[in-house]
Write a new protein. Structure first.
Length: 137
C-alpha cells in the first residue's frame, strides 16, 4: 500500500518549531507497519528530528545555525531576496528537505525524546508545503 498526501503547515516565524502534532493531524490513517517519508517543498526551510522536551534546544539550534551561516556575508552573490535568503538556502542544505520515519503498530516509531521540527530559516517564510508518502501494509 502506498498513500500520498500534501498539506500545508501554518506560517511560523524564523526559528526551530516542534510540529509533530500538526503533522500527525494532517496524515492519513497509518498502517500497522511501514515507513513515512516527509518532504518539504521549499529551499529555505527544512525538516529535522531532535529533542522534543527542552525548549532550550530550539533556541540553541537557532544560535548555532546563525553563527555557522551569518547574514550579509560579503561573499554571497545571491542577495536580491533579502539578507536572510541565501543563509536560509545554505541552512536548508545542511539540515535537509526530507525525513523517513518507521511506522510500528500504526504509530510513528520515534525515540522517547524525538520530535519533528520545522526549521524555518526566513523571517517571513509563510506556510510550508509538505508531501507525506506512507508505504506499508
Amino acid at each position: 500500500m502506498v498513500e500520498q498526501s500534501e498539506f500545508s503547515l501554518h506560517p511560523y516565524p524564523r526559528g526551530v518549531h516542534l510540529v509533530t502534532g500538526e503533522i500527525l493531524k494532517s496524515l492519513p490513517e497509518l498502517p500497522h507497519k511501514g515507513v513515512l517519508n516527509l518532504l518539504i517543498k521549499h529551499t529555505s526551510a527544512a525538516l529535522a528530528l531532535n529533542e522534543n522536551a527542552d525548549p532550550d534546544v530550539r533556541h540553541d539550534l537557532n544560535v548555532i545555525f546563525d553563527r555557522l551561516v551569518p547574514e550579509n556575508a560579503p561573499y554571497y552573490l545571491h542577495t536580491f531576496e533579502g539578507a536572510d535568503d541565501m543563509p536560509a538556502h545554505a541552512k536548508s542544505v545542511m539540515v535537509g528537505a526530507s525525513l523517513t520515519i518507521p511506522i510500528t503498530n500504526g504509530r510513528l516509531n520515534l525515540g522517547t525524546w524525538q520530535g519533528i521540527y520545522l526549521c524555518e530559516f526566513r523571517d517571513h517564510g509563510g506556510s510550508r508545503r509538505i508531501v507525506a508518502t506512507v508505504i506499508g501494509e
